[in-house]
Design a protein. Structure first.
Lengths: 608, 130
């Protein structure tokens, strides 16, 4: 315990003017109990009294009245800013000099042990009855703790302010009307406006006109208390006219009663993000359009096989729009294996690809549409993985192979048909062979006759081939074998007739008949001598449900005709062939002036 | 003519064939086998009409006549227990399921093949033939 200055009061007071003594008497006794340091100086600043707390604060007990201790009992004193305190600035000195009170002076006291405390000093002059200054009193209290707290707070404030200023995101404080009250540097940097300019504006002034209402509505509902916080993406118009995209996070600061004080708005420039987003969106749109435009059915599913996308070609193939995120594995109405057995959707190639996490190739299936039509297709299901290799879904391409299947079927049919024709032709040749063999008397004659018949058949085939074996022109069929016998002036043989399309069967029959008649005419008839004439003519007419062809072959001017003693192949062909093959009728006459042949037969293919 | 062909002698045969030359050939073969041609036509409808008035022992039917399958004729004959022999330019297996067991002649064919087919067909039909 420090030795109290009061102890030596009586002796010490002896040299003190009475007025001062009187002034000291009461306060000092009271001051002993005060939690603040109190000290008294005489007119000259000599320390004459102090209380216990003062000694504690000083860390020592100077001897009262010792002239070495003037104005203050501290070992060392400093300004609050840290410089040594000049004696003239000691509060007691000042108050003695000026006669005025010194208030709330921050000082730093250094104790003999080197520790420092901050004190708040208040000094007052002490006056006698006449108002003369007789001394001074200094009350000082330890405010080190307060100081430290203040410093800490101030440091925090500074840090906050620095954070506020230097934050990479823009922060502004906005009043209930949207007026900017405080903005940081980043707000200026983003908008291009100076702080002074901004503080004259509202947040809506810098907002793009098209986005103004959106933000205004949101902010007013925030200011009115309907919502505490909201986020909005909008466009700003910068000072230089540039339009930028920003994201705003607006939070309300309210007092303890819940009244709106101001809004804190954090703003980020998202122009670049928007630009990248737009590029991505465009890219995705392009890809989507591309896939949409592909004539091949394409769809995707998630890892569970649920539909996530399909294009129009897929809808066309399925004849059905499956439900996205619900229908699974395949969008077809029903599925079958290529041999027609029902194929459950969860066993389809896409399901297998997903369940076994592998692409499926060389599969084939048949989709049935709701309308019952079926489409054979080849699927190409391929699993999709994320960057870490986890299965996230699959893409499938369905290639409609209807046409290929039809082509295969057509091909098969074609080969069968070809086989049929070849076999029938060979059977015909076999028959001609036999008929010719019966008719001739020498091998040479056989060869000649057989060759003639084969070539007649062959030429008719040529005519039919030129028209896809669908029809042949009667004129061409008739003239084919006659060319060698026509005179240069074209008077020997007269052919008159409208264009007639003959069916393949009729074409072959007419070709063979004409060949037989021509051969006969050349050998025995009108074409065997220059005076002979041949007139061929035909007309067609309506008859019942179709057309009927009337065909006539008339020879004249040749040698006198004698009916053959034996019915040759030509005769039989005319008389029976027309009836059997074409359902028509024919007559062959061997009248002496010339051979004539009349044929009447239905045309299964009408005249042109 | 081989000895066992005598079984075919006098056999009444009906022919449906739309190729005239082929019909002539069959006629020749049948006459060589001393069979009797009781009728021939190239149309399905006409064949059935003609068969009402004649009762052949066997019929030789071209599978495809004038673009039409000959099966209605085969059906009509089956209803009257008349055996049939098919002839076709199409390959094996082109015959309808119902008629697979019947003898088939692949065009072109020769006398022996026709005779064998006729014998098979009347053999399949007890009580027919002689």
């Amino acid at each position: 315990m420090e030795k109290s200055a009061i102890a030596g009061r009586s002796s010490f007071f002896a040299g003190i003017p009475r007025a001062l003594q009187q002034a000291l008497q009461t306060p000092i006794s009271v001051s002993e109990w005060l939690p603040i340091g109190v000290c008294f100086c005489d007119r000259d600043g000599v320390l004459v009294q102090y209380n216990r707390r003062a000694a504690e604060l000083w860390g020592r007990s100077p001897t009262p009245g010792d002239i070495r201790f003037r104005y203050c009992g501290a070992y060392r004193a400093y300004r609050s800013t840290g410089e040594p305190l000049p004696e003239s600035e000691a509060p007691t000195n000042e108050t003695l000099r000026t006669g005025r009170a010194v208030r709330d002076r921050d000082l730093v006291i250094e104790r003999p042990d080197g520790s420092r405390i901050t004190v708040l000093a208040n000094a007052d002059p002490l006056l006698d009855e006449d108002g003369e200054i007789v001394g001074a009193v200094n009350c000082f209290q330890d405010i080190s703790e307060i100081k430290r707290t203040e410093e800490r707070l101030s440091e925090q404030d500074q840090r906050l302010a620095a954070t506020y200023e230097n934050a990479a995101i823009a922060i502004s404080e906005v009043d209930a009307n949207g007026r900017l009250m405080r903005v940081n540097e980043t707000v200026c940097a983003i908008t291009g406006y100076s702080r002074e300019e901004l503080l004259k504006l509202t947040v809506f002034d810098v907002t793009h006109p098209d986005d103004r209402e959106l933000d205004r509505d949101a902010y007013s509902s925030q200011a009115s208390g309907d919502r505490n916080r909201y986020t909005v993406e909008k466009r700003l118009v910068c000072k230089d006219g540039r339009v930028i995209w920003v994201s705003i996070d607006s939070a309300a600061v309210r007092d303890s009663a819940g009244r709106f004080l101001y809004g804190i708005r954090v703003m980020q420039d998202i122009t670049e993000r928007k630009r990248v987003d737009e590029i991505l969106r465009q890219s995705e749109r392009r890809h989507r359009q591309l896939i949409e435009a592909l004539p091949t059915a394409i769809y995707t599913t998630d890892a569970q096989g649920r539909m996530t996308y399909y294009n129009q070609a897929a809808v066309d193939l399925w004849g059905y729009r499956p439900e996205l995120n619900s229908d699974r594995w395949c969008g077809s109405w029903r599925l079958y294996t290529p041999d027609g057995k029902p194929l459950p959707h969860d066993q389809c190639p896409m399901a297998v690809a997903l369940k076994e996490d592998r692409p499926i190739r060389n599969a084939e299936a048949v989709a049935e549409r709701p309308d019952g039509t079926r489409v054979p297709f080849i699927p190409y299901p391929t699993p999709l993985h994320d960057a870490s290799g986890v299965l996230i879904g699959a893409v499938n391409m369905l290639v409609d192979i209807t046409e290929r299947k039809q082509a295969e079927a057509r091909q098969k049919l074609l080969i069968e048909e070809l086989n049929h024709r070849v076999k029938n032709t060979l059977a015909t040749v076999q028959s001609l062979n036999l008929q010719t063999a019966r008719q001739v008397t020498s091998f040479e004659e056989f060869c000649e006759r057989m060759e003639g018949r084969l070539f007649a058949l062959s030429k008719a085939h040529d005519q039919l081939s030129q028209c896809n074996w669908e029809h042949a022109d009667l004129m061409k069929i008739v003239t084919a074998g006659l060319a060698p016998y026509q005179e240069n002036d074209g008077t020997r043989i007269t052919i008159k007739g409208e264009p007639i399309r003959l069916s393949p069967k009729a074409a072959l029959t007419f070709a063979m008949i004409c060949h037989e008649l021509t051969t006969n005419a050349a050998k025995y008839g009108a074409l065997s001598q220059p005076s002979g004439r041949l007139t061929i003519a035909w007309v067609s007419r309506e008859c019942g449900s179709g057309r009927v062809l009337g065909f006539s072959w008339r020879e004249s001017g040749g040698p006198q005709v004698t009916p053959p003693t034996r019915r040759g192949f030509g005769t039989i062909l005319v008389e029976r062939g027309i009836r059997l093959e074409l359902g028509g009728a024919a007559s062959l006459r061997f009248d002496p002036p010339g051979v004539s042949c009349e044929i009447e037969t239905p045309l299964s293919i009408g005249a042109r | 003519v081989k000895a066992h062909y005598t079984r075919l002698k006098g056999l009444r045969v009906f022919v449906v064939e739309d190729e005239f030359a082929v019909l002539l050939l069959i006629e020749d073969m049948l006459s060589e086998l001393e069979c009797e041609l009781v009728g021939s036509t190239s149309r399905v409808a006409e064949a059935i009409r003609m068969l009402r008035d004649c009762s052949p022992d066997v019929a030789v039917l071209d599978v495809n006549v004038a673009g039409e399958p000959v099966y209605p004729v085969a059906e009509y004959l089956a209803g009257r227990d008349v055996p049939v022999v098919f002839s076709t330019g199409y390959g094996d297996g082109s015959l309808g399921e119902r008629w697979r067991s019947r003898p088939v002649l692949q065009k072109p064919y020769v006398l022996d093949q026709l005779a064998a087919a006729l014998l098979t067909s009347i053999g399949q039909q007890p009580g027919v033939g002689r």
